[in-house]
Ligand binder design. Sequence first.
Ligand code: ZN
Ligand code: ZN
Ligand code: ZN
Length: 378
Amino acid sequence: MTTGTPAPFCATDYKARMDRAAQSAADAGLAGVLVAPGPDLVWLTGYQVPADTERLTLLVLAAGQEPTLIVPALEAPDAAKATGAGAMTLRDWTDGRDPYEITAPLLRSKGDSGRFGVSDNAWAMHLLGLQRNLPDTSYVSLTEALPMLRGVKDAAELERLAAAGAAADATYEEIKKVPFAGRKEIDISRELADLLGRFGHEQVDFTLVCSGPNGANPHHAPGDRVVQDGDMVVLDFGGLKHGYGSDTSRTVHVGEPTDEERRVHDIVREAQTAACDAVRPGIACQDVDRVARKVITDAGYGEYFIHRTGHGIGVSTHEPPYMVEGEEQPLVPGMCFSVEPGIYLPGRFGVRIEDIVTVTEDGGKRLNSTARDLAIVG
Ligand code: ZN
Ligand code: ZN
Ligand code: ZN
């Protein structure tokens, strides 16, 4: 696996991203973009707000205007340390002042009837504050207005995503060796988290261990259930390494599986392979979902595949583009997303197989390469 530390992004990289966002907004007919703390802000500036504070932090981007970060005074020193700080103006505000009054002139300069794209995760309180000060402005979801803002990854980002995928693969190889039967899900889950950290993840987002009937719930939170001999166990884990995401699933079996368990696993594997093989520039996101769903539906399990086939991944582990019916966005080289069909049989067991795939000129390239057959664990 890759062990080298990639060269860090510099202020020039962040400036290019901010310029691109401002230009894309102008092209989409928006007056600008308002970015709240979260993955968009991290991607655009390198600034990771330590905790989701109720105080207003907001990056204002507009074509032809210096990027400006509105930041609480007490957090300004940390914001100034962000790599992207060199490419923007910091405007701090102190407690007791109205931060929306400070922000308003920046938006007003773009015209009173401005329409802005705003981060999906911005607090309603802040958006209401801006609307109070600027009654003539309007706001649209940034994801809806610019769905591909972070969707196409450059070479440096793909290198990080590949390293994160390799670390997740190394984690799977190790977890297969630990005892499953007789241990609580939560204990195996903690081991997964430790392994992700050992293989270089600085952040663990989820380490799902869904055993037996719990496997029928795709987002089951690992708990006190003791894993039994004969259980199917869905493992799904990921987080961030060098700031970029991993997310992989494999389903293992404790001891010898039944014929039905093997058959269901084979169907999911066939669906996952077909969908990965279908990936190429120009097909729509929904086509990836359709290919996987057709295999499972034709096998008679369509009603048990209860979620979309995949989601984008980058500086966050879930982001656009989504591989879902209705998403007509065509695939473009550099996009990176999960392909993760599953079958969930209520009260019995579930199977999911998930790889991260990147789009190349020649088709899809998987960033996870561990065996996809039904592994037998002890
Ligand atoms: Zn079984
Ligand atoms: Zn996953
Ligand atoms: Zn996923």
